[in-house]
Design a protein around this ligand. Sequence first.
Ligand code: ZN
Length: 280
Amino acid sequence: MASPDPQRLSLNTATVRERWNLAQTIEGCARHGIRGISPWRDKLDELGAAQAARRIRAAGLTVTGLCRGGMFPARTAAGRRAAIADNRKAIEDAATIGAKCLVLVVGGLPQGSRDLAGAREQVKEGIAAILPHARQCGVPLAIEPLHPMYAADRACVNTLSQALDLCDALDPGKTGALGVAVDVYHVWWDPQLQAQIRRAGRKRILAYHICDWLVPTTDLLLDRGMMGDGVIDLKRIRGWVEGAGYRGFHEVEIFSARNWWRRDPDEVLATLKARHRRRS
Ligand code: ZN
């Protein structure tokens, strides 16, 4: 299949987070001709949302997402209210920087709990609670299903099917206010992936995150691979996503404590540009 459009490449700040602050990452994207950026909130806080927005705009970058909101389940009602308040702040920051979406990592089991179904219900209630504010601010919410190995501590929404069920329940009109972030690292193994991408369609796919799955994976969180170094059929999945009508950015998000985080970020950006073109 045809190579991806280099204009649609976006850099998630997690990929260079150990070496570059947000200002350096914005400059790096501009220097390497990368047109999109997706900051994490810790990086955004370095500059403040307003200042970050000015710099990102001056560099001509598209903000493909803000990472992240979510983390809804909590043991107490006060804890759940605090999560809602934090999500409202994230929505406002996403609006300030003109993010295409706020990515939701929904949260796992509350501390000491074994009630997975209950946690999932809390996620649904949490998203329902913030959706009106997101609509008002014009910030679409992108539920990111995470690989099931994170069900306990990060996200109890683990498949695209589950995420789309939430979208259908909370936004049955497919208004564009609620959708999904398809991150290949989390969903590549799913036998239903192609069917669920088709089900999501253009209206529900708000972001597309790429990296690769290394064999063996030596750390559950911090050992993601560069595109082409692992076993994910990235071209095939991109074909499905584009076939569903998605025309947005391809966001490179690589948590790699033992490899890419140790390298010169300029080398990382040059590598991911080349791998995006040839191997994604
Ligand atoms: Zn992601």
